[in-house]
Design a protein around this ligand. Structure first.
Ligand code: BGC
Length: 254
């Protein structure tokens, strides 16, 4: 199996997106193909969508998938914004079976972080880099001298007596119709709490929010500089492909 080009897929709360990725260059080799996330988003219904994406690209090679929850060795452990049926499901096994491709599933924030560290706003950054993806949920990933610790899950710390995600995500902004200064003040509170826990040298904001820096960056008051992700919405699919390449190589060796 050739490992340079890999189909990267991102499972999101509203859409499932895929594209063929050149993992050496961190570039899309195809248009992005997007299918709305089925409702309810069960593992089986999403597996059918994943299959349709591989068919759309007539894909037979390796596939990397970013999933919005904890993934331990291909097994889903949480499903905050999806259906409970995902928990403890062997996603590497399920998706490999439905697509007949070799599939590796990883946490979506881990995937986005890998892509930003290799090709985007974290490129060449030493020290501690924290990336926060802001969308339906709050995804967090941290690198120290470029090394990742998976499944950080700081989106669920308690803030104002509740799950931080319900207070400071983009979904919270939209659902509660918060205007930008109000939402940005909440997000600043969240980032400062994270800062007091993990002391990053640099903070990168990813997910859909990375395109809206002009609306909120000016309100942030953390000690660490905050920048927006450079690969924008594509970080998730590029990173999923990168991590799949890593696992495929590892498995080839063993
Ligand atoms: C999940 C994380 C995920 C984030 C972004 C959170 O609800 O717990 O695992 O990275 O959403 O999708």
């Amino acid at each position: 199996m050739k490992l340079r080009n890999i189909l990267g897929i991102d499972i999101g709360g509203s859409g499932i997106k895929g594209a063929i990725i050149d993992t050496k260059k961190g570039k899309l080799l195809s248009e992005r193909f997007r299918v709305p996330t089925p409702q309810p988003p069960t593992a089986e219904s999403v597996a059918e969508v994943i299959k349709s994406i591989t068919e759309h690209f007539k894909w037979k090679g390796a596939v990397g998938i970013g999933y919005p929850g904890v993934i331990q060795h291909g097994i889903a452990r949480t499903a905050h914004n999806l259906d409970e049926s995902w928990i403890d499901c062997d996603l590497n096994g399920l998706f490999s079976k439905t697509t007949r491709c070799t599939v590796h599933v990883v946490n979506d924030a881990d995937a986005a972080g890998m892509a930003e560290m290799k090709f985007g706003a974290g490129k060449g950054q030493k020290g501690v880099v924290l990336l926060v993806t802001v969308g339906t949920g709050l995804g967090t990933v941290m690198f120290t001298d470029g090394k990742l610790v998976p499944n950080l899950e700081l989106g669920h710390i308690i803030l104002k007596g509740d799950d931080a995600e319900l207070y400071a995500s983009d979904a919270a902004r939209k659902n509660q119709e918060l205007d930008w200064p109000v939402w940005a003040a909440r997000f600043d509170e969240y980032l400062k709490r994270l800062e007091s826990l993990v002391w990053p040298d640099r903070i990168i904001i990813g997910g859909g929010m990375s395109k809206k820096g002009d609306k909120f960056l000016k309100y942030l008051t953390t000690k660490a500089p905050v920048v927006t992700a450079e690969l924008l919405n594509e970080a998730g699919i590029i990173g999923a492909a990168l991590i799949s390449r890593y696992y495929n190589k590892l498995e080839k060796k063993s």
